[in-house]
Design a protein around this ligand. Sequence first.
Ligand code: PEP
Ligand code: MN
Length: 337
Amino acid sequence: MIVVMRNGATEAQIKDVCSMIESCGLEVHLSQGKERTIIGLVGDTRKVQEDRVKSYAGVNEILRVVKPYKLANRVFQPEDTVIEVDGVKIGGNNFTLMAGPCAIESREQLFRAAEEVKKSGAKVLRGSAYKPRTSPYSFQGLGEEGLKLLAEAKQKFGLVVETEVMDTRQVDLVAKYVDIVRVGTRNMQNFDLLKEVGKLNKPVILKRGMSATIKEWLMAAEYIMSEGNKEVILCERGIRTFETETRNSLDMCSIPMIKQLSHLPIIVDPSHSTGKRELVKPMSLASLAAGAHGLIIEVHPCPQEALCDGNQSLTPEMFEDIMVMIRKMAPLMDMVL
Ligand code: PEP
Ligand code: MN
């Protein structure tokens, strides 16, 4: 249920309504926009009588939210969520570039990647220390040593850093070293993990499950938000279809669809979506044109030597080449780099 206040409703009137709702044992989600104030009710709304709410001064109307996700719902919060980390903004009219290697392999590899992507305009350095590999015999990541290298790279290059967290037991350790944690596609419905990252005071990149519907994805975001963490960045990374030429099928429709349904930022991963480096540029530009709030791209100083996902990793030169176009296109989309 949401309560829409009249234009010009006073602070005292808003406070009265909120107190009444809280006294019924519900949580209040307040969205104070330029135009109007919206009070979202979270919890068992049967405990609140609609007529009673309507009788409060300043109340304009009461709407029922039919979708199962509330906190992530655009109806609850009409304005875009803009997340800020160390001065880097994600969401709204910001187009944020995140780039770096698939896996952190060594100091030299990570630092070379960091230097290059920073030079081209990336604001966030990506890199995994824990790798969810299909085969247990493949490189599994450097673990905490990798996290330490990320923290060093943050200091040295002045980049915001992000990494994947795969397990509830790693959450505190990972959060100690990075600015943004990422939940990968395979864990999108690991509800215990979602609840744990929901307790963090750091943004979470939530990748779309490879077979998840948009509704399931938003419900996963709701899990994180319902624990208190409202800083969720959705990431479209392609879904499984019958197609085998590409690694996944990039669902471009999800970008405008998510923006209609939710106020959360949505970024695109054109690397895992395609699995082919030559497809990364067209999909990056298409994502910007479709309204995405940013990209997360795999860049390796020497892709042919990569321990993971070399086929889809860009050389720094290829990344710069994409950035040349992004710099031209972003203003046309009213986006700020
Ligand atoms: C990644 O971004 O490193 C990754 C493993 O991606 P995904 O979870 O989308 O497969
Ligand atoms: Mn990868």
